[in-house]
Write a new protein. Sequence first.
Length: 423
Amino acid sequence: MYQFETKCIQSGYTPKNGEPRTLPIYQSTTYQYDDAAALGKLFDLEESGHMYTRISNPTLEAVETKLADLEGGVGAMLTSSGQAANFLAVFNICAAGQNFIAMDNIYGGSINLFSVTMARMGIEVRYANDRMSDAEFEALFDENTRLVFGETITNPALTVFDIRRFAALAHKHGVPLIVDNTFATPYLFRPLAYGADIVTHSTSKYMDGHANVLGGCIVDGGSFDWAASGKYPELTEADESYHGVVYTKQFGPAAYITKARVQLLRDFGCTPMPMGAYLLNLGLESMALRVQRHSENALAVARFLKTQEKVLWVNYPLLEGNAYYELAKAYLPLGASGVVSFGVKGGRDAAMKLMNSLKLAKIVVHVADARTSVLHPASTTHRQLTDQQLEAAGVGPEFVRFSVGIENVDDIIADLQQALDQI
Ligand SMILES: Cc1ncc(COP(=O)(O)O)c(C=O)c1O
């Protein structure tokens, strides 16, 4: 009912008469009950309520409600990092002996998680790309394929995921599409409205927005019909760890996110602190304004870099002439986030010289917060990737990832100008 910007501020926490106006931090691991039997009902999932903060907490719940509202889902679950969110999102419906399809230019940390760590759990990832024909993509599916995974705007390749196309292909094979929407944020794009079924985030990026608190979340769109698909007994048949609860029967459209919480968060324990959720909520309150400014500044920076003779190429989805320009116009009319990448003439040495000469923009591993920052992915975040994986991620030695902050854009451009002059 409210517009997006209003939800960023108001959603999730509505105080009653005389209660604190802003979201309280419930710094408690546990909850008291007058009646032992009532607590037993919580353990059997017969009634809802908080029992232990590893599984749920009122501060976290308020932020989860806001995130579900912002993405347009039926429920959300916070995790202690984006890595934990992506792991749990996949592991919730994919087990040993099964496989899933992921786009090959997603975040390097997700590639490591999927290719190395999850492989050790007996889960196979099959990589795809958007240059494949439908037939080539569909040839990756077999009867053990459980989901398709992609990123709205990839980190750091900055390609735009054609969600309508890949959602339709996933659904044709009876599996859901999971989209990591970290770079776009729901302000710029809401994947669930375009056919995605589950959305994940590293909330450590624009959502927190201040590089203060690590976190992640999973949002369930509630639209995927697990029972009709027939491929997910873990959701449609009895869970012995809860006395035979059948998630689709007991929780309807919220089956997936309920299982993720009561089974996986319970067992893995990657739950954020209430204080972390509180800080995330502060970030969410100003997210719409910040992401709007990040996107405006980034487009101005990309246009500036394009005019520079020492710059080999500039990549920003909404920059005229970009390979993903048409897709970005269609999916991201409000902006394409604050991340711009570019290559400098002179390869690795020139890239290093430029980075060392920047004054306002600091060299940090992080991306997507209020402060302008810069990174050389090939020697840092993407160091563990093979040459083939680096090529798929579009990360060459001259590649500089520039995370445009919300400072005055004239200062950011002046900083780039003086650094380019040093090369
Ligand atoms: C797109 C994307 N997904 C997931 C992650 C992992 O998130 P975190 O660092 O919060 O674990 C990142 C981190 O950079 C990311 O950029």
